[in-house]
Design a protein around this ligand. Sequence first.
Ligand code: SAH
Length: 374
Amino acid sequence: MTEPSSPIQLQFAAPRRGKPPRHFADLTKLERIAVLAELGEKPFRATQLATHYFSHLSCDPAAMTDLPAADREALVDRFFPPLLTAARVMRADGGTTVKTLWHLFDSAKVESVLMRYPDRATLCVSSQAGCGMACPFCATGQLGLTRNLSTAEIIEQVRFASRSLADGELPGGPTRLSNLVFMGMGEPLANYRAVIETLRLLVAAPPDGLGMSARNITVSTVGLVPAMDRLATEGIPVTLALSLHAPDDKLRSEIVPINTRWSVAEALDAAHRYFAVTGRRVSIEYALIRDMNDHGWRADLLAEELVKRGRGWVHVNPIPLNPTPGSKWTASEPHVEAEFVARLRAHGIPTTIRDTRGRDIDGACGQLAAEEDE
Ligand code: SAH
């Protein structure tokens, strides 16, 4: 067999290591009932446990007063192994941005970032420890891939954030988690199965899931075309974000190496198909890197590439590059950014600058590297 040759070593499969313990959120209803049977418990306990976990965001045996006191510990031990340990919590923006460094069962590390705004609260989750996509401007891309996260390892990031919002730990009083973005560490579509199962649990009504709105969930991808097409068929109309960063293959292959496998045209066609199937407007992510991809002609070319596929199907989210340690690249000058945005808008492309919350705690897009300072 011949493999397409690529100068960059892209990693898709996680190295074989121990898998995280199976958790309630990893099990189907039937599997939960089978485990309950092993423990000598009745099937209806599955709904009680789901209510504690998804509706009340709790795995605390003391709170499970509808379960026999003598059985609670055993049930919790079996169904809710601790998967995430908060190793470090950093706050910025007056406490409305909170970055948490999590240690996983095997000492792999990931981060998540919670951002509270006046009208919403958004969590940025990780779907992999590290990332195999090797984008040179992204801190996570420099780490390589450690492994895929399990469904429960992703859901637990969401549960902890929802819990802290419900408990009023962020300024502004108790609130709910309204938005979720898969823009933390990892390429979500390279961990397809776990991410889809996570999406199903996020949108399922309590007690089967967390009851979030699919339209408030964004899955961000480098452009894994077959997985984008598959996502469109799942019946979960999440928002898809495509990390384009350049409208021409020559430059994009340099800054988003997967472009050597799926080109700009192929990725944009898949993004457009996603819109056609789901009716969800796609976001194009574009990190503005000084003198690299921020030229006026590139804004025009980007707009042309989008408009030739139709109107009203897409909007562009430029973000000034968040510089990462050791990188020679930096953010575009403000007037260059303004010109880039103006040109897109002149072509009729809805364009919104993405904010860079958490920059000073290395919690902004592309800065997550899960380092611990000793
Ligand atoms: N693997 C997914 C999710 C990654 S992070 C993806 O690539 O889409 C989410 C966004 O942050 C992506 O658009 C990514 O390209 C962008 N990003 C990465 N590094 C960045 C940086 N240093 N500054 C600004 N954005 C960055």
